[in-house]
Design a protein around this ligand. Sequence first.
Ligand code: FDA
Length: 299
Amino acid sequence: MALLDRALVRLLPAVPKPVVQRLSSRYIAGPTLDDAIRVVRKLNAKGKLATIDVLGEDVTTPDEARAIAGQYHDVLARIDEEQLDSNISVKLTGLGLELDYDLCRENLEAVVGDAAARGNFVRIDMEDSSTTDRTLQLYREVHAEGSGNLGVVLQAYLRRTVADVPGLDNVRLCKGIYVESPEIAFREFEAVRANFLRSLEALIAQGSYVGIATHDEYLIRESLRIVHEAGLPHDRYEFQMLLGVRPERADELVADGHRLRVYVPYGSHWYEYSVRRLQENPKMAGYIASDLFGRVFGR
Ligand code: FDA
């Protein structure tokens, strides 16, 4: 993104919430579970799999964390009732990681147990680097008890990522979205790409199931080359994209016979997620400029 565009995109938090809501509607299913179910039904009809995420990032009490876990039980029940092809994605801070490790573990075990009883799967999203060790530890502990229906995420921008690969049998690999210091994270675009591909090769070499989560055309092409050269059958990997981002490319991957999963967030806590997505959108600077100028000139 050009310098001026980046400066405009930084203005996004100053844009009024209703405008952000309008611009971000393509990235969020809506405020309710019904909205998420409607979106997943449409995706499934187009041959796309889904993963449902309840937006609820800042929990401050144990009851709030239990309430998020409760919402995931509702999500699992609806997926089951409606026979949808969707799993779920959880954030450990949403389940209480910052309040109490044991509380978070209890909530995670309950959700994973419910999913296992319904033949479903739980993916733990990866948050900022202050949570990486605890996330991997909790993942390993709960995974060791269970029926293999739990997976985790690795972020290619972290320098440690290739070293985290051993022993992980089901991983979503993404670039990483949080702001991290150069001591622990690659900052240069090409270095993140290179680490993504190194990590993908390491995961495939040890036989992990991989969710290749990117919209970056270079990484999609290189990943296709790597899975092809490894002779990986189509049921040993999947591509993953965010709702509203590059849906036509997702259609092409489905048409070519690849598994493709769309991340479907819903819930009343839509604002922070929306700002992150909008800040990544290359067209965003234009939207902001047009909104600001529109208001300045009284449109
Ligand atoms: P990049 O940002 O370079 O985007 C490549 C191209 O995609 C852009 O040039 C543009 O064309 C298009 N594009 C990207 N974003 C767009 C947008 N918002 N609007 C329009 N076009 C857009 N991160 C994390 O830290 N923890 C996690 O658990 C997850 N989970 C996760 C799940 C899934 C399914 C995906 C796809 C991504 C995540 N992420 C994540 C986010 C991830 O780390 C990363 O920030 C984004 O995917 C953007 O990186 P790309 O690889 O898409 O490349």
